[in-house]
Ligand binder design. Structure first.
Ligand code: PMV
Length: 326
């Protein structure tokens, strides 16, 4: 009753922000992302009669009570689906900083769902895994798949899951992540989703999203980088406008975040293929093409306040592996 899975984080071009139903994590709008090859989580889950409670370890330590509670609640959901009562040991390792807005909950809950489902011999299809992963973390629904992925919002649990628009080999977009902070975020995205509707701009954003989804899907299928980048950049600014005008207001940016955003626009003026997008955190993702990536990576490393640059390309979906962590 043991399973190990690897899953990767993703960067959304059209973002998920705000829920129709908080408990079921049913989103108000659909979203589109690219799965990232270099941001990986590996998780082993074992259900055992020797355990009297769930034992959880993430990156070598027991997670905070809140984070642990979320993992145990996810195990409970899976256990209840197959009538299992055995407790589990979960060991999970991320090869990138967690809790800084690099979507560790996406890779984490995708890997946990797949590993636990395998350990429980649930025999689920990717679509069902995507639906279940959503209950752990919304963005995890997309990390079940590799390459370019769309999560269709759906109005009920069974209808809200992601599927692949195109595989990783379809198009090599590079995501140069400028890490400007590795501090744990002050406000978790679950809280941000709850606050979204308090922004007077929220309905305006929702009315724009459908058209943006169509444009980004089309841009991916036709490999139209300028269309993809320009919509993604405006879309990220619209997301942050919601955050800043929520009550209470959320402001994730630091001076270095803004410096990077300004540089991206300068580099674009100079003729480079580069756009930015930002999730619920201060770090900036620079979307570019292989012909520009080395130059962008070098220039980004010189911007004041950028501590590290991680270059990602389209990655594979969640997979089971043979090597267990314990
Ligand atoms: O899955 P969550 O609850 O961590 O929310 C993710 C929110 C964003 O990263 C800002 C957007 C997205 O679609 O990934």
């Amino acid at each position: 009753m043991k399973g190990t899975a690897v899953a990767r984080a993703n960067i959304a071009f059209i973002k998920y922000w705000g829920n129709l139903n908080d408990d079921l994590r049913l989103p108000m709008n659909g979203s589109i992302s690219m799965t990232l090859d270099r941001l990986r989580t590996v998780t082993t889950v074992e259900f055992s009669p020797a355990l009297t409670k769930d034992e959880i370890e993430v990156d070598g330590v027991e997670p905070s009570p809140g984070a642990k509670g979320r993992i145990v609640a996810h195990l409970d959901r899976l256990r209840s689906l197959v009538g299992e009562s055995l407790k589990a040991r979960v060991v999970s390792v991320n090869d990138f900083p967690t809790g800084v807005g690099l979507a560790s909950s996406a890779s984490g809950f995708a890997a946990l769902t797949l590993a636990a489902a395998a350990a429980l011999e649930m025999g689920l299809e990717d679509r069902e895994l995507s639906t279940l992963a959503r209950l752990g973390s919304g963005s995890a629904t997309r990390s079940i798949w590799g390459g370019y992925v769309e999560w269709v919002a759906g109005a009920k649990h069974e209808d809200s899951f992601a599927s692949q628009i195109a595989p990783p080999e379809h198009w090599e977009i590079c995501d140069c992540i400028a890490l400007v902070s590795t501090d744990t975020k002050e406000v978790a995205s679950s809280e941000g989703h709850r606050l979204a509707k308090s922004s007077p701009l929220y309905l305006a954003r929702l009315s724009q999203v459908k058209e943006d989804l169509d444009r980004v899907r089309e841009a991916i299928l036709t490999r139209d980088f300028e269309s993809l980048g320009s919509v993604a950049e405006r879309e990220a600014l619209s997301l942050h406008a919601i955050m800043m005008t929520s009550q209470p207001s959320l402001l994730y940016w630091t001076p270095a975040t803004v410096r990077v955003m300004k540089e991206v626009r300068n580099w674009r003026e100079e003729g480079h293929y580069v756009y930015f997008t930002i999730d619920a955190g201060p770090n900036v993702h620079l979307l570019t093409l292989p012909s520009c990536v080395e130059e962008i990576e070098r220039a980004l490393g010189k911007v004041e306040g950028v501590r590290q640059v991680i270059v990602c390309r389209p990655g594979q979906g969640a997979r089971l592996i043979e090597e267990h962590l314990f």
